[in-house]
Write a protein that binds this ligand. Structure first.
Ligand code: BES
Ligand code: ZN
Ligand code: ZN
Length: 472
C-alpha cells in the first residue's frame, strides 16, 4: 500500500473513500453530520462510522492531536483494508498530525504474513494525503521522515516476529550484515572464538547449551561531521527458554521476542542512516540463545565477566543481564561515546511495575531521563522512570562472588536488574548511560494504539526522535 502526498485540494482528488476526523463538538455544530448522529455516532475517540453510500469514513477524535490521530487511524486502516475499496483520501490538518497519520496507516496496518501459506488479498492500494493550502516543502520533509521511521519500526517488528528456528544468533549476524551492506554501515561480527579471546565469560556461558554459536554484532554509522557519538546496546536473546532454571510452559511461549532489544538497535541504525543524521552511532548486539543441555551453565556456577567481575549464577533465567554485562563492557572499551543506551526485554518485574505498554527507564542522570522522556512522548512512545537506590543494591550481594545475578528478595526486580547492569558501567559513563527495559512494550498479543499482534518496534520511534534532536 502506498501513501502519497498530494499538493491539491481534497475536493480535486478522486478517490473511493473520503476519511474525515471529527470531534464531538464538530459533530454537534454542523448540520451536515446529522445522518451520523442519527446512526448513533458520537465521535468518541477511536470510534468509526462508515457511510458507504456517500463514500465517507468518519473517525472520532477527542481532539486533533498527533497521538489521537495515530490511534484512530490505526483502527480506520484495518476497516479500510478489510473493504473492497482500492483508494482513499485524507486532508492533512497540520504539520503536527503528519507523523500520526503515517504511523497510524503504516504501523496500524502492519501485518506479518511470512508464515501464512495463503497470501491475503488486499484491495486497498493507495491513500492520498491532500495538502489543501498547506506548504508542500515543509510538510514533505516531515512526511518523508515519518515514512522512514515507520518503515524502520516495521523492520524491527518483522525480525522480532521471526520464528526462533529461523532467527538464531548466526542468522541474526547475517541479517545485520545485510542491513549494513544495504545502508552503508560498517559491520564487525565476533563469533565464539573471538568472544573467548575477549574473555566474555558471562555472555559465553549463557549460549553454551545452544546448538548455535553466540555472536556479538557491532554496526557503525559514521557521517562526515558527527555532532555526537552514541553507543546503543541490545539484548538479542533469540530464544529464552530460561535455561536450567527452565520457564514454565506458558511463560516460554513468546520468548522469541527476547531479541527485541537487539532488533530495536538494528531498526534505529536503519532509521538514522536513512535519515542521514549527523550523529555517529555504534550498535552492539549480544545475539545468544538460552537453552538446556548437558553443557548448559548452571545455578551455582561462578562466571568471570569481561570486566573481571565475578558473578554467582543463582538463576539461569536472569541471562539477559549476563549478556549485557559483557556487551556493555566491550562497547565502552571500543567507543568513547557521549551517551550509551541499552535496550532489553530484561524483566517480567518491569511489566508488573509499569504495565505492558510502557518502557521502564533507569539510570543516574535525571536530566538525561527527562530528555528521553520528552523524545519518547513526542514520538508516541510511553516511558516511565524507575529510581535506583542503595538499599535495593544490597539484594544483589553474593556470599561467594562479587555479585549475584538475581536479587535475594522478590521486590523491585526491574530496578535490581538495572542496578546489576550499573555494575558494568564505567565511572565516567554513569551520567551518560540509560537502560530501557522493554519487556512489556516490545511485544503484544492484543492490539493497542498503532501496535498489532507481535513485535511493536518499541524504542525505534523514541530513539529516532532523540537522535534527530542531537543532530540539529
Ligand atoms: N526475558 C526475560 C524477561 C521477560 C519476561 C521479558 C516477560 C518479557 C516478558 C528475562 O530473561 C527473565 O527471564 N527474567 C526473569 C528474571 C528473574 C529470574 C530474576 C524474570 O523476569 O522472571
Ligand atoms: Zn530469562
Ligand atoms: Zn531473557
Amino acid at each position: 500500500m502506498n501513501i502519497q502526498l498530494v499538493n491539491k485540494n481534497i475536493t480535486d482528488i478522486k478517490a473511493d473513500v473520503l476519511i474525515e476526523f471529527l470531534t464531538a463538538d464538530e459533530l454537534k455544530a454542523h448540520e451536515k453530520f446529522e445522518t451520523l448522529s442519527q446512526a448513533g455516532f458520537k465521535a468518541e475517540q477511536d470510534s468509526l462510522c462508515f457511510l458507504h453510500e456517500s463514500g465517507l469514513l468518519v473517525c472520532g477524535v477527542e481532539s486533533k492531536t498527533g497521538d489521537n490521530i495515530r490511534s484512530v487511524t490505526a483502527l480506520m486502516i484495518k476497516t479500510l483494508k478489510a473493504s473492497n475499496y482500492t483508494n482513499s483520501k485524507i486532508s492533512v490538518i497540520n504539520k503536527d498530525s503528519v507523523a500520526g497519520l503515517v504511523e497510524g496507516i503504516l504501523l496500524g496496518g502492519y501485518e506479518f504474513n511470512t508464515y501464512k501459506s495463503k497470501p491475503k488479498e488486499i484491495k486497498l492500494q493507495e491513500i492520498f494525503l491532500a495538502l489543501n493550502s498547506l506548504d508542500f516543502t515543509e510538510i514533505e520533509t516531515t512526511f518523508n521522515e515519518a515514512i522512514i521511521i515507520a518503515n524502520a519500526t516495521s523492520f524491527t517488528r518483522d525480525i522480532v516476529n521471526m520464528a526462533p528456528q529461523e532467527l538464531h544468533p548466526e542468522s541474526f549476524a547475517i541479517l545485520a550484515k545485510t542491513l549494513a551492506d544495504a545502508n552503508n554501515l560498517e559491520c564487525e561480527i565476533l563469533d565464539e572464538d573471538a568472544l573467548k579471546t575477549e574473555n566474555m565469560g558471562a555472555m559465553l556461558a549463557v549460549g553454551r547449551a545452544s546448538i548455535h554459536q553466540s555472536q556479538l554484532i557491532h554496526l557503525t554509522y559514521k557521517p562526515k561531521n558527527p555532532k555526537k557519538i552514541i553507543s546503543l546496546v541490545g539484548k538479542g536473546l533469540t530464544y529464552d527458554s530460561g535455561g536450567l532454571s527452565l520457564k514454565v510452559a506458558a511463560s516460554m511461549v513468546t520468548m522469541k521476542m527476547d531479541k527485541a532489544g537487539g532488533c530495536a538497535v538494528l531498526g534505529i541504525m536503519k532509521a538514522v542512516s536513512e535519515l542521514k543524521l549527523d550523529v555517529e552511532i555504534h550498535g552492539f548486539i549480544g545475539a545468544v540463545e538460552n537453552m538446556v543441555g548437558g553443557d548448559a551453565y548452571k545455578p551455582d556456577d561462578i562466571l568471570i565477566a569481561r570486566s573481571g567481575t565475578t558473578i554467582e549464577v543463582r538463576n539461569t533465567d536472569a541471562e539477559g543481564r549476563l549478556v549485557l554485562a559483557d556487551v556493555l563492557n566491550y562497547a565502552q572499551d571500543k567507543v568513547k561515546a557521549d551517551y550509551l543506551f541499552d535496550f532489553a526485554t530484561l524483566t517480567g518485574a518491569c511489566v508488573v511495575a509499569v504495565g505492558p505498554f510502557t518502557t521502564g527507564v533507569m539510570g543516574h542522570s535525571d536530566e538525561l531521563k527527562n530528555t528521553l522522556f520528552k523524545s519518547a512522548s513526542s514520538a508516541g512512545e510511553l516511558t516511565a522512570t524507575l529510581p535506583f537506590n542503595k538499599h535495593l543494591k544490597t539484594f544483589l550481594k553474593s556470599e561467594i562472588a562479587d555479585i549475584s545475578n538475581v536479587s535475594s528478595k522478590p521486590y523491585g526486580g526491574a530496578i535490581t536488574a538495572g542496578i546489576f547492569l550499573d555494575e558494568f558501567i564505567n565511572k565516567d559513563m554513569k551520567d551518560k548511560w540509560l537502560h530501557f527495559d522493554i519487556a512489556g512494550s516490545a511485544y503484544t498479543e492484543t492490539p493497542w494504539d498503532c501496535n498489532v499482534y507481535g513485535g511493536t518496534g518499541a524504542g525505534v520511534r523514541m530513539m529516532s526522535a532523540y537522535l534527530k534532536s542531537l543532530s540539529l
